[in-house]
Design a protein around this ligand. Structure first.
Ligand code: ARG
Length: 665
């Protein structure tokens, strides 16, 4: 191929010269002063035309050869990526000097399906670039050239040049039918991506403090990111960077000793840790003696003194239980590796920074600038009392993640309020050569705040921060009310009802978070999220249940999937069948798109599209015909397969979004 490309480059140069020559000839022959046309000129013109003809013949045969080198299709391709490869080859072949042009592929809006399913939009840009080089080619000419130069691909049925110079691509129905069958046979296989070792730092609440809605967002978004990256076969490490270290523990330990002197032998009954925290803070602020003792305990804790360690452990356990209860309810898995884990790493990172002469004295503190020019805010690496800070633990953590965990992608799912902190950490890590930006991708996946329906920060009616367990309980209550308002408690068994209740409650809380662009703030409203119309979890879950119920009542010989798969072809003749098939096959495109910048709302929008397109399909294409006595008279097995494929696609997306599909709702 590269030889061909080189050959073509020569030819193209030749063509450019030929064209220059012929325009010169034209100019000369038009000029009145040369009425007597020179013999030589005519000869030249003839020669030139011959050359041009030969050139086009050679180009055609090269294109033919390249075309016979057809593109392979694996089971699970992203159609956009595949077409990008197709057109990259076409550009390299037709216009080798522009071989590096990034390919632009866009799906065609389904309302304009007659113009194709995808289009390549490169011709306009190429025409502009050529013009700058003094070559006049219209976008349509270029588009024609591109179309001719595309290698064969089994996913393309035909191509047409249209409009201002688009190459419109029509997908092949045979390919689509086959791809859908593959989904049903083998499940949904992930598109191939470059495998990475990724660490996702998410949830990360603080011991002895309330886990608030910001942590809820981090938990929900982080869990889905992990599921997405795991599905794409990355090697994912899920880390809960718990705030379990720092000076506040001195005061908590001192207070524990005072309130429960026999804590070493008997587990202290701290029911309400927040209250306990407030009490100790009060003691700390009012009692000098206590304050001294608290400072003392920080030192003994950090030096590993057993009693202080034990006290700390007990306090952490109380919080840990509360957090775990939330994780269990939301089906979240995350490995605890709190700030305390990095104690020894903090010592060594401070050493490293000192050796590299990156630390500076500043009123007793030791600070580090992330930029040589001292712009921005410096990190506080060692406090004036010798203690470490949030900055120190994040420097130690990033080093550990890169040097010991060997991660090449590190993701921090933390609210937007901390973006300065993370940018500074990333820059500082680069400055001291822990991080190499050409190898390591570090990313602050930020998100906006949760607002109440009044548009202000989310609070309870009395103005307190909302306790997460209360929030989940409220969701459960509302979801049950909704199910009962539809009389579901009479139809479902007790077990089915509770499954449905949980699926709706937790599903809608997660989905209403994920379905917005995470960067923006979002309004928390049970009424909106429990709406069964529009882009909501409830609508999606209902649609899924409806699809399942279509086949549930069929007897085995009507819908033994394996049998049908071997004997029935998927037919995509009806406009709505074809539309549904094309929609389902966009899944891989969407997953790749979501993983690029870690935005999950694209996946939510896709689910919503699948559900609406399925509804259109189901409204106009019968799957099962019944007579007036309700007996089945005809089954369209191809369409049954389409229903099953839709359910499979939704199930996979639901899994990533943390929705639990239920077959009865
Ligand atoms: N515990 C912190 C908080 O509640 C979040 C920690 C995020 N992760 C990190 N590596 N800094 O704000």
């Amino acid at each position: 191929m590269s030889e061909l490309t080189w050959e073509l480059k020569k030819l193209n140069d030749l063509e450019r010269k030929t064209e220059e020559l012929s325009s010169q000839i034209k100019a000369v022959t038009k000029d009145d002063r040369y009425t007597e046309i020179d013999d030589d000129l005519i000869k030249l013109q003839v020669k030139n035309n011959k050359l041009k003809h030969r050139l086009s013949l050679i180009r055609e045969s090269i294109a033919k050869e390249a075309k016979s080198d057809a593109m392979e299709v694996t089971e699970s391709i992203s159609i956009t990526e595949h077409l990008e490869n197709v057109f990259a080859r076409a550009i390299a072949l037709a216009f080798p000097e522009y071989g590096n042009t990034p390919v632009i592929i866009a799906p065609v809006n389904s309302a304009s399906a007659k113009y194709g399913d995808y289009q390549c939009n490169n011709a306009m840009g190429l025409a502009k670039k050529m013009k700058e080089m003094g070559l006049n080619r219209t976008p349509r000419e270029i588009a024609n050239e591109l179309q001719k130069s595309c290698p064969l691909s089994p996913i393309i049925n035909k191509m047409e040049v249209g409009g201002a110079g688009f190459v419109n691509v029509f997908l092949s129905k045979d390919y689509a039918a086959q791809a859908l069958k593959n989904i049903l046979r083998n499940g949904i296989k992930p598109p191939r991506v470059l495998k990475k070792r990724v660490l996702v730092d998410f949830s990360s609440p603080n011991i002895a403090k309330q886990m608030h809605v910001g942590h809820l967002r981090s938990t929900i978004i982080g869990e889905s990111i992990c599921r997405l990256l795991e599905f794409l076969k990355h090697d994912v490490i899920r880390i809960n960077h718990l705030g379990d270290w720092g000076t506040q523990f001195g005061m908590l330990i001192a207070h524990l000793e005072e309130r429960f002197p026999d804590f070493l032998n008997k587990s202290p009954p701290i029911g309400d840790l927040q209250h306990f925290y407030k009490e100790s803070k009060k003691r700390f602020d009012t009692d000098e003696e206590f304050k001294k003792r608290a400072y003392n305990r920080v030192v003994s804790l950090q030096s590993g003194e057993p009693n202080s360690r034990k006290a700390w452990q007990l306090i952490c356990d109380v919080s840990r239980k509360e957090f775990q209860a939330i994780y269990n309810r939301l089906d979240v898995t995350v490995k605890e590796r709190g700030e305390s884990f990095y104690q020894s790493h903090m010592l060594s990172v401070v050493d490293l920074l000192r050796k590299k002469k990156m630390l500076e004295q500043d009123e007793g503190r030791q600070i580090m600038w992330s930029d040589e020019d001292r712009s921005g805010v410096p990190l506080t690496i060692v406090k004036s009392d010798g203690g470490f800070t949030y900055d120190t633990s994040d420097m130690a953590a990033i080093r550990h993640r890169i040097e010991e965990e060997h991660c090449t992608w590190i993701i921090y799912v933390v609210d937007s309020g901390q973006s300065t902190h993370f940018n500074t950490i990333f820059k500082a890590a680069e400055r001291c050569c822990i991080l190499n930006p050409t190898v390591h991708r570090v990313q602050h996946v930020q998100f906006g705040v949760v607002l109440g329906e009044d548009g202000k920060k989310f609070k309870t009616r009395s103005g307190d921060t909302v306790k997460l367990s209360d929030l989940l309980n409220e969701g459960m209550k509302r979801s049950l009310e909704q199910l009962c308002s539809r009389g579901r408690e009479k139809i479902l068994t007790a077990q089915e009802l509770i499954k449905a209740q949980e699926a709706v409650a937790y599903g809608c809380i997660k989905y209403s978070d994920l379905c917005h662009n995470r960067i923006s703030d979002y309004v928390f409203s049970f009424d909106k999220m429990l709406d069964d119309r529009g882009n909501t979890a409830v609508y999606l879950l209902y649609t899924y249940t409806r699809i399942r119920s279509i086949t549930r009542n069929l007897s085995d010989d009507f819908c033994n999937l394996e049998k049908i798969l071997d004997t029935v072809e998927i037919v995509l003749n009806h406009e709505k069948e074809w539309k549904l098939a094309k929609t389902l096959l966009k899944m891989h495109d969407i997953l790749v798109k979501c993983s690029k910048d870690l935005f999950l709302h694209f996946l939510c929008e896709f689910c919503y599209e699948v559900c609406t397109v399925f509804t259109e399909f189901y409204d106009s294409c019968y799957c099962i015909k019944k007579n007036k006595d309700g007996e089945i008279v005809e089954i369209n097995r191809s369409r049954i397969l389409m229903c099953e494929a839709t359910a499979a696609v939704l199930r996979q997306c639901f899994h990533i979004l943390g929705l639990k599909p239920v077959s009865k709702l």
